[in-house]
Design a protein around this ligand. Sequence first.
Ligand SMILES: *[C@@H]1O[C@H](CO)[C@@H](O)[C@H](O)[C@H]1NC(C)=O
Ligand SMILES: *[C@@H]1O[C@H](CO)[C@@H](O)[C@H](O)[C@H]1NC(C)=O
Ligand SMILES: *[C@@H]1O[C@H](CO)[C@@H](O)[C@H](O)[C@H]1NC(C)=O
Ligand SMILES: *[C@@H]1O[C@H](CO)[C@@H](O)[C@H](O)[C@H]1NC(C)=O
Ligand SMILES: *[C@@H]1O[C@H](CO)[C@@H](O)[C@H](O)[C@H]1NC(C)=O
Ligand SMILES: *[C@@H]1O[C@H](CO)[C@@H](O)[C@H](O)[C@H]1NC(C)=O
Length: 480
Amino acid sequence: MCMMTLIYSHLLVFLLCVTFQTKCDSVREPDLTGDRIVRPVLDEHKCKRFDEDILRHLGTKTPYRVVANADEATPAYQGCTPIYIAGVVRHGTRTPGVKDADRMRKNLEKIKASSFVPETELESPSLYQDSTRGTICQSEKDHIMSWKLTLESEEGKTLTREGEDEMFKLAQRYQKRYPDLLPKTYANSTFLFKFTQTQRTEESAKHFTTGLFGKDQSRQVWFPEALDKDPILRFYKLCERWKEDVKNNESSKEELIAYKNTAEALFMTREISRHLRLNYTLSYDDVYLMYVTCAFEVAWHKERRSPWCVVFTREDIQVLEYGEELKYYWRDGYGFDVNHQQACVLTRDIFDRFESRKESGQKALFYFTHSGTLLKLLSHLGLYRDAFKLKHDITGQQRRDRSWRVSYIDTFGTNFVFVFYNCSGDLKVLTLHQERVVHVPGCPGGDLCPLDALRQLLGANESCQFATICNSSQSGHYEL
Ligand SMILES: *[C@@H]1O[C@H](CO)[C@@H](O)[C@H](O)[C@H]1NC(C)=O
Ligand SMILES: *[C@@H]1O[C@H](CO)[C@@H](O)[C@H](O)[C@H]1NC(C)=O
Ligand SMILES: *[C@@H]1O[C@H](CO)[C@@H](O)[C@H](O)[C@H]1NC(C)=O
Ligand SMILES: *[C@@H]1O[C@H](CO)[C@@H](O)[C@H](O)[C@H]1NC(C)=O
Ligand SMILES: *[C@@H]1O[C@H](CO)[C@@H](O)[C@H](O)[C@H]1NC(C)=O
Ligand SMILES: *[C@@H]1O[C@H](CO)[C@@H](O)[C@H](O)[C@H]1NC(C)=O
């Protein structure tokens, strides 16, 4: 239903652009002055418009608005009353880290400086004649040449205005769906909000509570002291085995590295280099930097498009997107068991908090955390798991059919919510990802999973032995 809405709205934009062609062009294209140096004269008629399809392939830098569910109706289950809600939320759209921002500035400026080389100065002009995508048009070129990385903050990885907006609205939609669990009046005993020791999760929590309680009341919200290595919110920071076998281990990057050297990846980098009239071929990493910059800039500004997005064809974007899948699949997903087994500490904590709600009086729990936590949680739940392993050389059919798509499952503001219900004495749990009901594989029945069955499935009991799972002296990392 929502996918349909998404597709429909893209179609609508497309149709509007076709109908009012000149108008759509004039919205995006800057002035055409300053075209004195580069020959041949670039062909304005071949200008590519910003392709809305790109929005759905931006990997882990996808803004939440692309996947948000505008339907605020309460999922209704006959004879069942919601009694507790627990959410795990990735922080909203942020700025890049300091190192990444430096790299974006340095490398993209370098690309700008060596782009659009006149034909006579190109190393091998013949290379450019059989290019399938032609040369870049003048207004795109101007847009790229006048590009400058502009950040809301130079601090590194801070929540942006878009991120604040994402959290504020997410909270309001959840409040509309569950007004009894998330009343507009704050009480210290019924709510618990927690964030990691980072600006982006703290600000996310604060804007989320502003969405619930309004500006004045949200100032009274009490937050527990944030921990750098929170054993529940960011458990993997304490998992030595994961760090040794996966995070800091080159062998976990093998598939991505192999992928960067596939014929299709090399073809893409060559085509993009030609398109930009560079006299050298870009590395995969430089093209990836253009992709990430495109993603960030699209995320930060609802209207302003990034000039770097226009460099890519739909095929390029999908090549880059698959590189993202590989990166996260092996680091946080099904690639290695240790990635997701450790997430049992988080699900166990949620069940424990639910059990002790009578003593605590708690009705709502929200954790503000990171992509690494959400992906491990989703994998622990067995969601978006493919029957095959994601590798650099799976078939085209497998690639098209894959469920593991970080552009959907791991956007900024990604949220996973457990709603506990009392169904005439039977306790059941509804699970929602990106505000949509998901069925946890293995759960008997329909949307609602019996509490005990879910707890068993997740090993959220004494079988969750973090110390054993993460014991680095247990040698060798094991795969599925
Ligand atoms: C590429 O072009 C730039 C700018 O015209 C020039 O400075 C550089 O030397 C050229 N590089 C090669 C390898 O030809
Ligand atoms: C809120 O409750 C916590 C314990 O859950 C307590 O430590 C804290 O002081 C309370 N804050 C306020 C403002 O009452
Ligand atoms: C990396 O993983 C491999 C198994 O793929 C393991 O044998 C090796 O010890 C790990 N390296 C380090 C530095 O832990
Ligand atoms: C569930 O609802 C029933 C009434 O239908 C009530 O007797 C029971 O105490 C409730 N249980 C919980 C755990 O809230
Ligand atoms: C705990 O969960 C595990 C994993 O699903 C399951 O095999 C085991 O039976 C459960 N133990 C108890 C006591 O429920
Ligand atoms: C970790 O593994 C070592 C070696 O197998 C073992 O001696 C130790 O008891 C284990 N520690 C835990 C907490 O499981």
